[in-house]
Ligand binder design. Structure first.
Ligand code: M6R
Length: 370
C-alpha cells in the first residue's frame, strides 16, 4: 500500500500533485464559474458575513494562516485564524454574521470539534474543510468542503496541508464571486494558476528532491534549525519547523523574518542552520528585498543559510550557502511549492537518523482527546 515507497509519508509527499488536482476537480462549470455544490449555506447569508474565523490545530492551522492572506486580499473580509483550543477558552466575538471555517484532515480532532460546537452555540455558521468523509467535524458543521487528498496515513501531515490550502482558496474565490468582489475573468485566471500547481510540484519531486536529501544527510547531527519567512512564507516556515520537530526530534522554530531583530537573531551563531523562504520578486519587490536583507543579517553572523527561492532569482545566491529553487508562481500560490522541500528535508533527516517517519514517538494521527 506504500506504492513502492519506503514509508507512507514518502508516498504521501509524492501523492501531492494528485491531491491538489483532485481537490480542484469538478469545481468549475464550463463557463469558468466556481461551483461548490457542497456549500449548503444560504447565499444571502454568505453575502452578509462580516468576519471569518478559521479554527484548527497544528498543520491545519498553518493552512488557515496561509489562507488568511488570500481570502482577505480577494474578499476584503477580515479573517482571524485561531488555534481551536485557544478559541474555545476565551470569549470570542462571534455573531450570526461570523463565518467559522474549521479545518481538519481527520475530522476527529477533539479540540476542533469542541470549538465548532462553541461557535455554533453562539449562532455562527460553520463550514468544515475536511479530508475524511462523514467524520464528526463535517457532520456537526453547517456545510462541508472536502479536500480530496485521499487517505493520509503518516502521522505528519503533508498532502492534507496542500489540499487544505487549495480548499480554502476555493472558498475564498467562491465568496469573492458571490459577493462580486472579483470579476469572473480574474477568478478564472486564479483558478488557472492553481491548475498549474500539480505539474510544478511534480517538478520539485523529480528535479529537486535529491538535492534536499543530500542536504539532510549532511546535516544529520544538527541540533537546532530555524525557519524564516514573510507574508505567506511565514506559516510555511512554521510548518517546516513543525515537520522537523515531529519527525527528527530536533529543536526547530519558525519565525516571521521581520521579527528577527526583535529577539531571535540572538540565537544565530557560527554554523546555525537557517532556512529562509523567499517570496517571488515579481510584483512584490519590496517584500523580496526585505527577505534578502534578512538572509544577509543571519549570514553575517555565521549562519548556514538554506534559501528556498523562485527559479531565476539570482540575487539570493550571494548570501546563500545552498539555494533550493522551486518553479515560479504568483505569491499566493508559492506555499503550495515552497513547503515541499521542507517536508522532504524533515523526512530525510529523520530517515538518516534511523527514526520511524510514519509513527513518530508520542504522537497519534488523530488527537481525539482535549
Ligand atoms: O486531523 P487534523 O487536521 O484536525 O489534525 C490537526 C493536527 O493534529 C495535525 O495537523 C498535526 O499537527 C500533524 N501531526 C502535523 O503534521
Amino acid at each position: 500500500e506504500k506504492g513502492g515507497f519506503p514509508s507512507f509519508m514518502d508516498k504521501e509527499i509524492h501523492d501531492q500533485p494528485q491531491a491538489v488536482a483532485d481537490t480542484l476537480l469538478g469545481r468549475m462549470d464550463p463557463s469558468g464559474r466556481l461551483v461548490l455544490d457542497e456549500m449548503r449555506i444560504d447565499e444571502s447569508l454568505l453575502k452578509s458575513i462580516d468576519k471569518i474565523i478559521v479554527i484548527a490545530c497544528g498543520t491545519a492551522a498553518y493552512a488557515g494562516q496561509v489562507a488568511k492572506y488570500a481570502i482577505e486580499h480577494w474578499c476584503r473580509i477580515p479573517v482571524e485564524v485561531e488555534l481551536a483550543h485557544e478559541f474555545r477558552y476565551r470569549d470570542p466575538i462571534v455573531t450570526e454574521k461570523t463565518l467559522v471555517v474549521a479545518i481538519s484532515q481527520s475530522g476527529e480532532t477533539m479540540d476542533t470539534i469542541m470549538a465548532v460546537r462553541h461557535a455554533r452555540q453562539q449562532g455562527a455558521k460553520v463550514i468544515a474543510i475536511c479530508n475524511t468523509f462523514g467524520s464528526t467535524i463535517p457532520r456537526e458543521s453547517d456545510a462541508a468542503l472536502y479536500t480530496h487528498a485521499g487517505p493520509e496515513i503518516a502521522v505528519a501531515s503533508t498532502k492534507a496541508f496542500l489540499s487544505q490550502i487549495v480548499a480554502c482558496y476555493l472558498l475564498g474565490l467562491y465568496l469573492a464571486q458571490l459577493r462580486g468582489n472579483k470579476f469572473q475573468d480574474e477568478i478564472r485566471m486564479i483558478l488557472g494558476e492553481l491548475q498549474q500547481i500539480p505539474a510544478k510540484i511534480q517538478r520539485i519531486l523529480d528535479e529537486t528532491a535529491q538535492q534536499v536529501t543530500d542536504l539532510a544527510i549532511a546535516q544529520k547531527d544538527t541540533e537546532s534549525v530555524l525557519f524564516l519567512g514573510r507574508h505567506v512564507g511565514y506559516p510555511v516556515a512554521m510548518e517546516g519547523a513543525l515537520k522537523l520537530k515531529e519527525l527528527a526530534y530536533i529543536h526547530a522554530e519558525g519565525f516571521a523574518a521581520g521579527e528577527l531583530k526583535h529577539g531571535p537573531i540572538a540565537l544565530i551563531d557560527e554554523g546555525k542552520l537557517v532556512f529562509i523562504v523567499v517570496p517571488s520578486k515579481r510584483g512584490r519587490d519590496s517584500l523580496h528585498a526585505k527577505v534578502v536583507s534578512n538572509i544577509q543579517e543571519v549570514r553575517a553572523r555565521g549562519a548556514r543559510t538554506v534559501v528556498i527561492a523562485e527559479e531565476g532569482d539570482e540575487e539570493v545566491r550571494a548570501y546563500a550557502s545552498d539555494v533550493i529553487y522551486v518553479p515560479a508562481s504568483p505569491t499566493l500560490m508559492a506555499p503550495l511549492l515552497t513547503t515541499v522541500p521542507l517536508q522532504i528535508f524533515a523526512m530525510e533527516l529523520a530517515t538518516v537518523k534511523g527514526l520511524d517517519v510514519d509513527q513518530p514517538r508520542n504522537l497519534a494521527k488523530s488527537v481525539t482527546v482535549e
